[in-house]
Design a protein around this ligand. Structure first.
Ligand SMILES: [Zn+2]
Length: 171
């Protein structure tokens, strides 16, 4: 047990491997997981490490998190270059647009939820926060988030000197 172990049900989750979590999926046996012995919830780790990807979750919470990712958050940034704001889209720029869009979506969500960006990871959300996130993003599209971010950046830059004219500034 270390201070890095994620908490669940009021105590540290236990480090284990895929052999315990997915006994019939040998390709996962070498991966690390954290399991909560109280509720049997689990979560994965960053590849090649024992650093957790969030907090343990049982089937219902895993479903909510996956739903939030696949149907609410990811669609906002994954094709951000098609939102109508960008004309010229060579592959390198598309990559930058999506990367920045992803960052802005999480910043926007953190702002709406009143939490820090550090805490704004779906893998750390409980049921209540999953529901709050879905509500906060309902009816919001990427152009709105982009406008929000650009206004925020404009305020933050003032009164410092000229707006940077690199390509990223236009994204
Ligand atoms: Zn638990």
């Amino acid at each position: 047990m270390s201070t890095d172990d994620p908490l669940c049900c009021g105590r540290s989750a236990r480090l284990t491997t895929g052999a315990e979590i997915y006994p019939r999926q040998p390709h996962l046996h070498g991966r690390h997981f954290y399991i909560c012995d109280a509720c049997k919830g689990y979560c994965g780790t960053h590849r090649g490490s024992t650093r957790s990807l969030g907090t343990p979750a049982g089937p219902a919470l895993r479903f909510e998190r996956q739903h939030l990712h696949a149907h609410v958050i990811d669609p906002l940034w994954m094709e951000a270059e098609l939102c109508g704001a960008y004309e010229d889209k060579p592959p390198r720029v598309v990559h930058q647009i999506r990367k920045r869009a992803r960052q802005r979506v999480y910043e926007f969500l953190a702002d709406r939820l009143g939490i820090s960006e550090q805490d704004c990871h779906v893998g750390m959300f409980d049921m209540t926060r999953c529901a709050a996130a879905a509500e906060a993003l309902a009816g919001v599209d990427y152009p709105q988030i982009r406008e929000w971010a650009r206004r925020r950046d404009a305020v933050e830059r003032r009164p410092s000197a000229p707006t940077p004219r690199d390509s990223i500034a236009a994204i």
